[in-house]
Design a protein. Sequence first.
Length: 247
Amino acid sequence: MGDLSKTVLVTGGSRGIGKACALRMAKEGYQVYLTYVSRPEEAEKVVAEIEASGGSATAFRLDQSDREAIVNFFNDEIKGKVFLSALVNNAGMTKDGLMMRMKDEDWDKVIAVNLTGAFACLREASKIMGKQRTGRIVNMASVVGQMGNAGQANYVASKAGLIGLTKTAALELAPRNITVNAVAPGFIETDMTSELSEKITETMLSHIPLKRLGSTEDVAGAVAFLISDNAAYITGQVLSVTGGMYM
C-alpha cells in the first residue's frame, strides 16, 4: 500500500469546522476526502479551494445516519484505494428543544448522526487502519458534552457518548498503533452561532477568559496537532478548545 495516496477523511467537511479541517489537512500535504449530505455546491467549493492551492480533494455524498451507506462507502472508496492516514469524525447536527417537549424523532435523529454514525465511521476506519498498523482518529466532541447545556439533551448526550467511545476505542486500537482522541470545541464562530442574539453572545463571552469566540481555524489547528507526529504518544484524550471556558 506504500504507493497509495496518504489520505485524511473529514466527515461533514463542506462547511464550518469540517471545512476548516479539510483546508488545514490539505495544507499539511494530505489528500483530502470530505463528505457532505445536503449541500453539494458547498462541498465542491471546498474541493475547488483546495485544488486552487495545489492540493488534492474529493467530495462524497454520505448520509451519516445510514450505517449501511457508511460501510459501503469505506468498502467502495477507501479500502485498498488509498492509505487512510486519519479520520476526522466531524459530521453532526442539532435539533434543540427542552427535554420535556423533545420529540422522539428529534432525539433519534441526533443520536443516529452524531453518535451512531460516528461509531460506524470509526469502526470501518479502524478495520482499514488495523491492517495498515497505523492511523489517527479524531472525534469532534463538544464542551457541552462535558458540562451539559439546557435545551440540548440529545446533542449533549451524543457528544458525551462520543467522549466515552473515544476512550474505549483508544484502549482497543492502541496495540495496532492507532491513536484515538477527541477535540471539544467551545463557542466557535460558525453559521450556527452567528444566528444568536447579541445578548446571548455577550453572556457566552462573559464565561470565556480569552473574551472572544473561537474560530474554526482554532479547532482545525488542534485537530492537525492530534494527527501529526507530535501527538504520536497521545491517545484517549479530550483536547478542549474553549478559550479557557469552564462553567
